[in-house]
Design a protein around this ligand. Structure first.
Ligand code: NDP
Ligand code: 8X3
Length: 249
């Protein structure tokens, strides 16, 4: 019987690459995001597997619970949850940072992940099986200047991964925390509010990670034998030795 994965942030970057790889592995997909037209594009994976889409903002608690709750019973049989939706918004010091950016990061990266998990965990508990993959960041392990709020949001993801593992292992639910370094996606375009020049500079002079590299690691974790829990995976770019230490040509 094929497995079902719910992927948040499936419209772009790591989430989209994960959807593509999962489809190749025969995993049916519940694709989530805010941009319907992007979800429609990714839904072309329905030539390979069963696909359904849910449009919601993870910050909207009511929408998260209602949309996941509205899934037909056979789609509620979720085997894999990939908590990937999230972004950085701006870079700034703690005295001058934009509080709207802080809200977007804390509400999306932390509270949004919690809301989605709260909607899905009971479904996994009911069947006594499941796998949750939380996308953290090297920024959750190493704080950098002018990024403290994003780093704090990802440090929270690290802690929530541990908390979930402590609570859920006994119920047959595995939890994997994935912490990528610099991945070339729309991440920097979002962080710098559409400034393409600034976003491109983030990936200049080295070979950055691609979203598919992270998807490969996620597939590895969810395909591990039942005797194995892949608890944590940190993946840096080849030229990267720490969050902000990148050896550029
Ligand atoms: P992208 O900007 O390419 O993708 C972000 C995805 O998250 C989009 O699909 C977006 O969908 C979704 N999303 C963002 N905010 C919300 C929201 N409030 N509600 C619902 N969906 C939302 O970036 P990445 O693929 O790089 O980012 C994916 C994850 O990886 C994030 O959690 C990010 O923090 C993390 N990460 C990224 C790294 C990188 O260098 N790129 C490194 C380490 C971690 P839509 O806009 O359609 O809603
Ligand atoms: C994204 C990677 O180092 O830009 O989480 O914060 S970093």
């Amino acid at each position: 019987m094929s497995r079902i994965a719910l992927i948040t942030g499936a419209t772009s970057g790591i989430g989209k690459a994960t959807a593509q790889l999962f489809a190749g592995a025969g995993i049916d997909l519940i694709l989530c995001g805010r941009r319907q037209e992007r979800l429609d594009e990714v839904s072309e994976l329905s030539t390979k597997v069963k696909v359904t889409t849910l449009v919601f903002d993870v910050r909207d608690k009511g929408a998260v619970i209602a949309m996941i709750g509205s899934l037909p019973d056979d789609w509620k049989n979720i085997d894999i949850l990939v908590n990937n939706a999230g972004n950085a918004h701006g870079m700034g010091s703690l005295d001058e940072g934009d509080t709207d950016d802080w809200d977007a990061m804390i509400d999306g990266n932390v509270k949004g992940l919690l809301y989605v998990s709260k909607a899905v965990i009971p479904l996994m508990l009911e069947k006594g099986a499941g796998h949750i993959v939380n996308i953290s960041s090297i920024a959750g392990k190493q704080t950098y200047i002018n990024g403290a709020v994003y780093c704090a949001s990802k440090a929270a993801v690290e802690v929530l991964s541990e908390g979930m593992r402590l609570e859920l292992t006994q119920h047959g639910i595995k939890v994997t925390n994935v912490a990528p370094g610099a991945v070339e996606t729309e991440f920097s375009l979002v962080r710098f509010k559409g400034d393409e020049n600034r976003a491109e500079k983030v990936y200049e002079g080295f070979d950055p990670l691609q979203a598919s590299d992270i998807a490969d690691a996620i597939l590895y974790a969810i395909n591990a034998p039942s005797r194995v829990t892949i608890a944590d995976i940190t993946i840096l770019a080849g030229a990267q030795s720490a969050a902000t230490t990148i050896h550029r040509k």
